[in-house]
Design a protein around this ligand. Structure first.
Ligand SMILES: Cc1cc2nc3c(=O)[nH]c(=O)nc-3n(C[C@H](O)[C@H](O)[C@H](O)COP(=O)(O)OP(=O)(O)OC[C@H]3O[C@@H](n4cnc5c(N)ncnc54)[C@H](O)[C@@H]3O)c2cc1C
Ligand code: SF4
Ligand code: SF4
Length: 410
């Protein structure tokens, strides 16, 4: 028997390769490594970054994935890429070593394995002080309060957010660029189908907006630091601040007809507001309230969410969510020095009310648990960074039945 110092294991080494040298990756690599491998979330950052406008995107059911518009080299290659254009891979927050790239750009270091919900300065519970802003918000109205304040203070002149198509009665989200307080209030609240808010970038440019906030789930907010880190040039420059939305998944638009209407008789046009708090909550215009078990909704999970490892929107300046025992407060993860400065000034000016997260430790524990669940979805064969986390806590042993409850021997 040979004795070795090394433990014998069949487990392959985790792939923790960092990108070095000249960046030469183009659409062909994006296509095989992200778009057709299942990693693509449909965030649309590659679409708005393409300087030749050859990446298409359908913001509709069955779409939410980029595709190449030129026929010359087929769907899997690009003539501009062949000549040296690399913008799409520089923008993509799922390409190669995106996670440490985003972390290092924002925080000057990569995430430690123990940092399950990402790097943060502070976790708070926050609500807008103004009742109109608070009432219109999904949870505490913090995101709307932030946008209003950032605009007043001149940090931004507009924001990429999610509005609704047409008169809003279909509840189909539409990425839009807002630039007035009323537009911010009109677009508050959460839609649980996908809104690729980066797509409003061209709208913002047409409106002459130069300093933008990006609101979006982690799949969208990670694109900004990835773009900055990989030096994409002009595209990332207008984005001054990113506001993340915690997110486990979005649903395919068919859920309205195929589940809510077919099984529960709730027509899409009758829905006033939805929320997810352990169940899918639905309020209708006639004042009724309905609950749909989340288990029933899972079959309508949007494909782009299946491998997403980022629950806590880890690469935003400030991330926001609705979990916890305090309804109508926003669970707020302050991550960057910019996020910290903004929150301090808003608190100082009385624009938001704040409680320490210690008042609801279960909310933070749940955020960590859901972050772990999302990290587990990242495929084993992909680059290993997003899957790094400490081993799960040991399962609680079932308490032995009390002696008197045990069956008596004859
Ligand atoms: C798809 C989705 C899933 C979510 N899942 C969770 C979750 O599992 N757990 C949790 O704690 N929190 C989740 N959230 C976050 C939560 O619903 C609230 O958005 C967050 O707490 C901020 O609330 P607020 O009252 O401060 O924001 P508000 O003031 O209401 O502002 C919300 C902002 O989000 C934008 N927005 C709305 N819908 C979308 C969309 N589909 N895509 C992109 N932007 C959008 C609006 O335009 C607005 O700017 C999710 C949000 C979304 C959109
Ligand atoms: S994840 Fe986003 S940037 Fe990457 S390929 Fe998909 S849509 Fe494009
Ligand atoms: S789970 Fe949420 S953050 Fe992840 S890809 Fe889906 S929408 Fe984006």
């Amino acid at each position: 028997m040979t004795v070795t110092d090394e433990p014998i294991t069949d487990a392959p080494e985790p792939d923790l390769r960092r990108e070095t040298g000249r960046w030469t990756h183009q659409w062909a690599e994006l296509y095989t490594e992200v778009i057709t491998s299942g990693l693509c979330t449909g965030c649309s950052a590659c679409v708005i970054s393409c300087p030749h406008d050859v990446i298409g995107y359908e913001h509709a059911e069955g779409g939410y994935k980029p595709f190449h518009l030129e026929d010359e080299l087929g769907p899997a290659d690009c003539t501009h890429g062949q000549k040296g254009c690399t913008s799409c891979t520089r923008a993509c927050p799922r390409f190669r070593d995106w996670e440490p790239a985003a972390d290092e750009h924002l925080f000057g270091r990569a995430r430690e394995i123990e940092e399950l919900h990402g790097i943060s300065e502070q976790v708070l519970l926050v609500r807008a002080a103004d009742d109109t802003v608070h009432d219109g918000g999904q949870d505490g109205g913090l995101v709307s309060a932030l946008l209003l304040w950032l605009m007043e203070e001149g940090y931004i002149d507009g924001a990429l957010v999610s509005g609704l198509e047409g008169d809003g009665s279909t509840l189909r989200p539409k990425p839009i660029a807002v630039s007035t307080p009323q537009e911010i209030l009109d677009t508050a609240g959460s839609r649980y189908t996908y809104s690729a808010n980066w797509l409003a970038y061209d709208d913002a440019k047409e409106k002459g907006l130069e300093k933008l906030a990006l609101v979006g789930m982690g799949c969208q907010t990670s694109a900004a630091p990835v773009m900055w880190h990989r030096k994409i040039g002009k595209v990332g420059k207008p984005v001054q601040i990113t506001i993340g939305l915690l997110c486990s998944k979005t649903f395919d638009d068919r859920i309205f007809e195929e589940l809510f209407e077919a099984k529960y008789g709730i027509a899409r046009t009758s829905i006033k507001k939805t929320n997810i708090k352990g169940v899918f909550q639905i309020w209708t215009h006639d004042g009724e309230y309905h609950e749909v078990p989340l288990k029933e909704c899972h079959a309508w999970t949007r494909e782009g969410c299946n491998h997403c490892p980022d629950f806590a929107a880890e690469h935003a300046d400030i991330s926001t969510g609705g979990i916890g025992k305090f309804n109508d407060w926003t669970l707020t993860v302050v991550r960057t020095p910019l996020g910290q400065a903004v929150m301090e000034r808003m608190i100082g000016q009385g624009r938001v009310l704040v409680k320490p997260a210690e008042e609801d430790p279960a909310a933070v524990a749940l955020m960590d648990r859901l972050s772990r669940v999302s990290r587990n979805r990242w495929p084993e064969e992909a680059i290993a960074f997003p899957k790094r986390m400490p081993p799960p806590p040991p399962k609680k042993k079932k308490a032995a039945p009390a002696a008197e409850a045990a069956p008596k021997a004859d």
